[in-house]
Design a protein around this ligand. Structure first.
Ligand code: CAA
Length: 258
């Protein structure tokens, strides 16, 4: 995976998009490498994933403008589908994915961050969908996920006016959960990932499914989704051990993902 560095720290995988000369912009190869990195995750071991960008300046500065500049309508459609399919795979990836946004998250960069479960960022982060200034719409989910995350009014302002927002505003509108100094960002991402990884993995996965799938349907159907995923946990060793430890007033040693 030439454009994505992959490291494992205990039960946490860290993926670093590494094309700093182009501020980690997403061309087809980078997208393929991101997909390959997710395909390579050993789900028997990994319980949370962190996605970040190489360098101090940029998470991802968008889809590759040079590569898009000569695309035909058909090529544009294919490129949009290619990115959308990968970002949907991240959104529905079985374990939680944290975006550690360490700088520019523009266009496809903001869209990548939004396909993750949780976003935290550094003080120098900048978020936006500048596509209309390039004569296109956001193409990797920006017209859909931004409105769902921060509401249609604010999303439309950002998208129509191509208005970028800094870290403090991103925090205020709920696009990110927290803002850290550049040095503190990765330690904070790892601390959060490790806190997730310490919990019963099947229960965490079921929570992700319940939230994501429940948001797509009405509340009557949503609670049925929850009931099923809640019930499934009672077939796991981790549920038995988790509750036994509580009743025996002892600390859980570790969850075994069974
Ligand atoms: N695509 C291709 N190359 C990019 C890029 C992108 N999205 N963003 C930056 N680069 C390249 C620059 O061309 C430059 O390359 P050279 O050194 O070879 O000239 C290099 O990265 C460094 O960039 P700058 O010199 O521009 O750096 P800067 O600090 O002056 O500015 C920036 C940084 C504000 C992020 C600026 O680079 C910029 O505006 N980039 C484009 C952001 C953008 O519009 N993103 C949306 C793309 S469209 C999209 O994403 C569609 C979609 O939804 C699928």
């Amino acid at each position: 995976m030439g454009y994505v560095d992959y490291e494992v720290d205990g039960h946490v995988a860290v993926m670093t998009i590494n094309r700093p000369k182009a501020l980690n912009a997403l061309n087809e190869e980078v997208l393929k490498d991101i997909e390959a990195a997710f395909d390579a995750v050993d789900l028997s071991e990994i319980r949370a994933v962190i996605v970040t960008g190489a360098g101090e300046k940029s998470f991802v500065a968008g889809a590759d403008i040079a590569a898009m500049s000569t695309m035909t309508k058909e090529e544009g459609e294919r490129f949009g589908k290619f990115g959308n399919d990968i970002f949907r795979k991240i959104e529905t990836f079985p374990v939680p994915v944290i975006a550690a946004v360490n700088g520019f998250a523009l266009g496809g960069g903001n869209e990548l961050a939004m396909s993750c479960d949780i976003r935290i960022c550094s003080e120098n982060a900048l978020f936006g969908q500048p596509e209309v200034g390039l004569g296109i719409t956001p193409g990797f989910g920006g017209t859909q996920r931004l409105a769902r995350l921060i509401g249609p009014g604010k999303a439309k302002e950002m998208v129509y006016a191509a208005r970028n927002i800094k870290a403090d505003e991103a925090y205020r509108v709920g696009l990110v959960n927290a803002v850290y100094s550049q040095e503190e960002l990765m330690p904070a991402a790892k601390k959060l990932a490790k806190a997730i990884a310490a919990n019963a993995p099947i229960a965490v996965r079921n929570c992700k499914k319940a939230v994501n799938e429940g948001l797509q349907v009405d509340m009557d159907q949503a609670v049925v989704i929850e009931e099923k995923l809640f019930a499934d946990c009672f077939e796991t060793e981790d549920q038995r051990e988790g509750m036994r430890a509580f009743l025996e007033k002892r600390k859980i040693e570790k969850f075994n993902n069974r």
